[in-house]
Design a protein around this ligand. Sequence first.
Ligand code: F6P
Length: 321
Amino acid sequence: MVKTIGIVTSGGDAPGMNAAIRAVTRVAACRDVQMLGFERGWDGLLSNCYRKLTPRNVGGIIQTGGTILHTLRCPAFEQPQSIEVAAETLRQNNVDALVVIGGDGSFRGALELSKRSGVPMIGIPATIDNDVYGTDETIGFDTAVNTAVGAIDKIRDTAISHERIFIVEVMGRKRGFLALEVGICVGAEVILIPEKPLDTCDVIKIMEASSKKGKRAGIIVAAEGFGDSSKLTQEMQKQTSSEVRLSIVGYSQRGGSPTARSRLLASLFAEKAVNLICEGKGNLVVGLQNGVISSLDMEKSARGSKPLDLRLLQVAEMLSV
Ligand code: F6P
């Protein structure tokens, strides 16, 4: 019988992580399971630093960004000695299962820890990059899309006033999920993503064609993983008659109050995670697949590469005529 579940947030934070911590804690309480929240990502398992989570002390956080447990990137966790220390922490505290809220890197760490400790892991995908294999959407993605769209709508105003081209860089690590969705939602003239590289000449051609159609300003949304947006800005400035500016949306995409959608996803993923643990299952990642809350083998999720629907680029092109 499951008596104690540990929970940790790891890697880059994402809006909705708190909603997930709250929901896991409350569903666990409904099943008479106590919750230990490990602090500062994997570091909390290395230093045996945790706090007991109760339905009351996770109150008032569903609407907050960040993670009350804090998080960090923990390269030390890749070493076998560290994994053993973390495994000992789990044993010492009689942790029956661990919920890991994060991205694919966190799930790879979790798998190593499970191998060493025998403790089952359940992953809850939370990253603004939306790059976790096995789920159509991750916690925080929708919030980050909305944050970037809000920022770019304002940039569009000044772009129009000054008749300028703006290259706006959004996050997304090595993938273009965020840029693609943001690009469609702001009506970008060009979307630059790592999955479909374009060179400077291609971008200039598109912007010149756009200008010939009567557009006097333009927005180019570039995924950070696409390449050097500063270099692209300089090259476009030199090779065209337009004024070109670069704006990087940056870390604001990682913060802020989660949207209703991010909160809902967090709550449903959390409920599924606790249910799986109580059913005796482990080493799975919960996810949203075709509208259904489901789960996938953690190994598959951690190693898999999530496909990006490139048809969306064609839609974006048609919409920017
Ligand atoms: O994975 C989330 C993310 O914000 C990426 O979009 C970005 O590339 C990275 O984290 C930044 O990482 P750090 O917080 O370590 O600077």
